[in-house]
Write a protein that binds this ligand. Structure first.
Ligand code: PMP
Length: 394
């Protein structure tokens, strides 16, 4: 049987990680994989997570199953963080998922059950796992313009023009904040225009929010998602706790479905529980419980928010310093976009050849499309990167 399997395209980011590890050069810089790193290159367990784990270890008396859709207290806590009071509780169906990836996958399965003919619209570019999962599920997809390679900002006119072609029932995937891989984001007035367009078209937004708190702050980063969720009759939101709680390997995420009325919410909730049952039965609980404990305890929550804010402002500082270093070297402001972008990533706009040159000559590893993980930089490597960018002729 196994001989019938076909070779699959290798995940480029995972392949790049292996190449980086095998590189013997001391001065190598890893701007590849999408994991937050502090100035010493570590991905720490957050203080509040450690404290919650200690409390949990002492207090937990059973590991028996929770509920199919996960512990409702986790759903309430995380949906509160993402949505604030934008959506009434009796319109919100929730199901805990193994990570943001699980939530996206489950959202797509729900769409497939409800409207198998729907086309999913993806930003060009997007996180490569989006089209990969959609292809795996055998769903239809197409792209809308998003990133302007010249300005390295959002091509909003192009995006709106393309989204004019969306049909009723189609799904438009949007990044809630900190767009991956570009770092270019919609402004709130632009979110408003997108919401109006989707409303007019009777399309369904699917919002992937994996970096809340990494851009302009916890509230600001959720503002677009809240605006859409409050306005549209139906919205799907996939949230990840991998980055903002540093819970990567614990696989902690939540799928939220905003329904138009209580009856529809009940049907959607039952379907989400059914999908969990088919796919993995009960969702992982450890990370979800930590998130719920942190969010529901004022002291833990304040400590978590403070540490997240340090992470966010640290990355903003690196952005500003890199943009300054490039301004000093080029005498121009054409790399100013690096300071304008938000989140962990920026798409530099280098060619694949320039990316390969920077890797071969300067030991700087970024993804082939020139996505750089800003958190991979530190005070010592900013100048190395700025020199490499100039030397590669970007
Ligand atoms: N969406 C985007 C845009 C991401 O970048 C990621 C993580 N790389 C995810 C979702 C999902 O992350 P996870 O499954 O680890 O929670």
């Amino acid at each position: 049987m196994f001989e019938h399997l076909k070779d699959l395209p290798a995940d480029k980011i995972i392949a790049l990680m292996a190449e980086y590890r095998a590189d013997p050069r001391d001065n190598k810089v890893d701007l590849g994989v999408g994991v937050y790193k502090d100035a010493s290159g570590n991905t720490p367990v957050m203080r509040a997570v450690k404290k919650a784990e200690k409390q949990l270890w002492e207090a937990e008396t059973t590991k028996t199953y929770t509920a199919l859709a996960g512990d409702p207290a986790f759903g309430r806590a995380l949906s509160g963080l993402v949505l604030g009071d934008a959506v009434e509780e009796d319109l919100l169906a929730l199901a805990a998922q193994p990570g943001g990836t699980g939530a996206i996958h489950q959202a797509l399965e729900l769409i497939q059950m409800a409207t198998p003919e729907a086309t999913v619209w993806l930003s060009a570019p997007t996180w490569p796992n989006h089209p990969s999962i959609i292809r795996h599920l055998g769903m239809k997809m197409t792209e809308y313009r998003y990133f302007d390679n010249e300005t390295r900002a959002v091509d909003f006119a192009g995006m709106m023009e393309d989204l004019q072609k969306v049909k009723a029932g189609d799904v438009v995937l949007l990044h809630g904040a900190c767009h991956n891989p570009t770092g270019a984001n919609l402004t709130l007035p632009q979110w408003d225009e997108v919401a109006t367009l989707l409303e007019t078209k009777a399309a369904v937004p699917l919002i992937d929010i994996a970096y809340q708190g990494f851009g302009d702050g916890l509230e600001a980063d959720a503002a677009g998602t809240r605006l859409v969720a409050a306005r549209l009759p139906e919205t799907l939101i996939a949230a990840s706790c991998s980055k903002n709680f540093g819970l990567y390997r614990e696989r902690t995420g939540l799928l939220m479905a905003v329904a138009p009325n209580a009856k529809s919410k009940a049907l959607t909730q039952a379907t989400l529980a059914h999908l969990n049952r088919q796919n993995f039965s009960f969702p992982p609980d450890h990370g979800a419980r930590l998130v719920q404990m942190i969010l529901d305890d004022p002291e833990l929550r304040a400590d978590w928010a403070a540490e997240l804010e340090e992470v966010r402002t640290g990355m903003l500082g690196l952005r500003t310093r890199l943009a300054d270093a490039l301004r000093a070297r080029t005498g121009s402001d054409r790399f100013g976009f690096i300071a304008e972008h938000r989140g962990m990533f920026s798409r530099l706009g280098a060619t694949p050849e320039q990316v390969a040159y920077m890797r071969d000559k300067h030991a700087i590893y970024m993804v082939g499309d020139s996505r750089m993980n800003i958190a991979g930089l530190n005070e010592n490597t900013i100048d190395l990167l700025a020199d490499a960018i100039v030397d590669a002729g970007v």
